[in-house]
Each structure stands twice: as structure tokens, then as C-alpha cells.
Design a protein around this ligand. Structure first.
Ligand code: BV8
Ligand code: ZN
Length: 236
């Protein structure tokens, strides 16, 4: 019989949780597009230099993500949110698969690929069109270029989202870290905040990461397999 889950719970997810849904991770194989690394395209400089190229990459990713369904790991986190009194889901992913799986309280540290933001008037809107009719898209209100409403390298994260994530890490009793290489800051500091507050750290990842040595428990396998198993043994 495994121990009951102490609350509150915080969960940090990265690209790895969507791998089994068919969404390529950032640093694994398959993360390449026309031989560009994400770090070369997910920047304000790349967008300034060639907005059409950056939008072609996002349009390609949107098309890919649109054909992907949440997997058992996303579904388990949605079940955990419903079953536990206090769970905060913090994601680095922009694919929206947690919400598609039924999670409601999702902190999107890096934005969402299905939203656009106007570089002129700041208008934010949800745009689910797969294969955009015009690249780069323009604002229907003011005609300025639209950009994906995501956080690029070198850009600061939405403060209210980051504050909420920091607070959840600082007061959780348990943090699950699922499918992240734990290299991108400031997201990668959240597990350290949890450890400093005395939380139990559980890493879910088929590979070793810089966090592994500090994890109290490691589920060394694909999230869609090992996370549902872990939850079955603990669900109330
Ligand atoms: C900022 C949105 C400052 C866009 C993304 C040097 C040192 C420290 C920091 C820096 C530095 N140089 C620059 C920085 C800052 C930089 C940074 O951290 N760079 C890294 C590369 C070193 N950070 C930033 O720029 C951030 N902003 O610092 O602002 C600032 C302050 C004030 C004022 C102005 C500015 C912004 C970072 C956000 C960038 N945007 N995405 C988009 O998606 O298009 S980041 C991108 O990386 C994704 O969000 C992704 O989620 C995230 C992290 O990657 P992972 O999720 O971990 O994915 P990865 O592929 O790396 O790993 C996958 C993992 O899954 C692996 O471990 C694998 O083993 C595992 N896995 C595989 N299969 C499975 C699995 N796990 C479970 N199950 C499986 N089946
Ligand atoms: Zn506008």
C-alpha cells in the first residue's frame, strides 16, 4: 500500500509529456524543422528578421499539434486535478493538450500556440485555423503583424503566471516534474523552490536530467505509461 498524496500538489510539465501524443520535443530528435533549432526561430530577433519564416514554423507546428490527441499522462493529470483538493498544473508547453485532456487550472508559462497577439494594438485572440490563410497574418483591427502569443527566448514570462507558479512551488508538499530536460529558465528553477520548501520531488522522465540527483522518487519511463500506474496506486 503506497502512502497517500500529501497536499498541496504542484506539477511542472515540459515537452516530454506530449511526446507520446506525437508532438516532437525541443531537444530530442524530431525537434528540427528545415534544419533550424527551436532556439534559432523562437526569438524576437528571428521574427524581426523574417516574420514569414517564423510563422511558417509555427503554422507547421499548429498543423502537427492539431492532429495530436492528449495521451494517458495528460489524462491522469486531469484526473488528479479533479480528485485532489489542491493541485496546480504548471506547463512549459504551448500545445494546449492539458486543457484538451480536461485540466482546468493550467499555468502556461510560455503562452499558447493557438493564440495570436498583435504587434501593433496588442489585441490577443484565439485562432484555431490550421494552415493560416495568410503568412505572416495581420491584425484585422489595425493591420499590424500578428505574432504567436508565446514567450520567446530572451522575453520575460507573463508576470502574473510566473508569480502563481512560484507560489505553488513554494507551498506544495509534493511536486511532480514530468517530461522536461530542466534546462530552460526560469521554469527549471521551480523544482528547486519546491525542494527548498521541503517538498517531495518526483521526476517522470525516461532519461536522466540535472534534477534527477535531487529527486526523492524517479519514474524512469515514458509518462503515458508510468504516470497512470503511479496514480492508480495512490488515488483516493
Ligand atoms: C528569460 C515557447 C529573461 C516558444 C519556449 C544561460 C543560462 C541560463 C538561462 C539562460 C542562458 N542563456 C539564456 C538564458 C535564458 C533562456 C534559457 O533558459 N535558455 C536555455 C536554453 C539555457 N530563457 C529565456 O530566454 C526565458 N526568458 O529568461 O527572460 C528576461 C528577464 C527580464 C527581462 C527580459 C528577459 C524564456 C524561455 C521560454 C522560451 N520559450 N517555448 C515555443 O514553444 O515556440 S521554451 C521551450 O523549451 C518550450 O517551452 C519547452 O517546453 C521548453 C523547455 O524544454 P522541455 O520542455 O524541457 O523540452 P526538451 O525537449 O528540452 O526536453 C524534453 C524532455 O522530455 C527530455 O528530458 C526527455 O527525456 C523527456 N521525454 C521524452 N519523451 C518522454 C519524456 N518524458 C516523459 N515521457 C516521455 N514519453
Ligand atoms: Zn492590431
Amino acid at each position: 500500500m503506497s502512502e497517500p498524496i500529501p497536499g498541496p500538489v504542484a506539477v511542472l510539465t515540459g515537452a516530454g509529456i506530449s511526446a507520446e501524443s506525437g508532438v516532437p520535443t525541443f531537444r530530442g530528435e524530431g525537434g528540427l524543422w528545415r534544419n533550424f533549432r527551436p532556439e534559432q526561430l523562437a526569438t524576437p530577433e528571428a521574427f524581426r528578421r523574417d516574420p514569414a519564416l517564423v510563422w511558417e514554423w509555427y503554422d507547421w507546428r499548429r498543423g502537427l499539434i492539431d492532429s495530436c490527441a492528449p495521451n494517458a499522462a495528460h489524462e491522469t493529470l486531469a484526473e488528479m486535478e479533479a480528485a485532489l483538493p489542491d493541485l496546480t498544473l504548471i506547463t512549459q508547453n504551448v500545445d494546449g493538450l492539458h486543457q484538451a485532456a480536461g485540466s482546468h487550472n493550467v499555468l502556461e508559462l510560455h503562452g499558447n500556440i493557438w493564440r495570436t497577439r498583435c504587434t501593433g494594438c496588442g489585441r490577443v485572440s484565439e485562432d484555431r485555423q490550421v494552415l493560416l490563410p495568410e503568412i505572416p497574418p495581420r491584425c484585422p483591427e489595425c493591420g499590424a503583424l500578428l505574432r504567436p502569443d508565446v514567450v520567446w527566448f530572451g522575453e520575460s514570462l507573463p508576470l502574473e503566471v510566473l508569480d502563481a507558479a512560484w507560489a505553488a512551488a513554494a507551498c506544495c508538499r509534493l511536486m511532480l516534474v514530468v517530461g522536461t530536460s530542466a534546462v530552460v529558465q526560469p521554469a527549471a528553477s521551480l523544482p528547486l523552490v519546491a525542494l527548498r520548501n521541503g517538498a517531495r520531488l518526483v521526476e517522470v522522465n525516461p532519461a536522466e536530467t540535472p534534477l534527477s540527483a535531487q529527486a526523492h522518487e524517479i519514474l524512469r519511463g515514458p509518462a503515458a505509461e508510468v504516470l497512470p500506474e503511479w496514480w492508480r496506486k495512490r488515488e483516493p
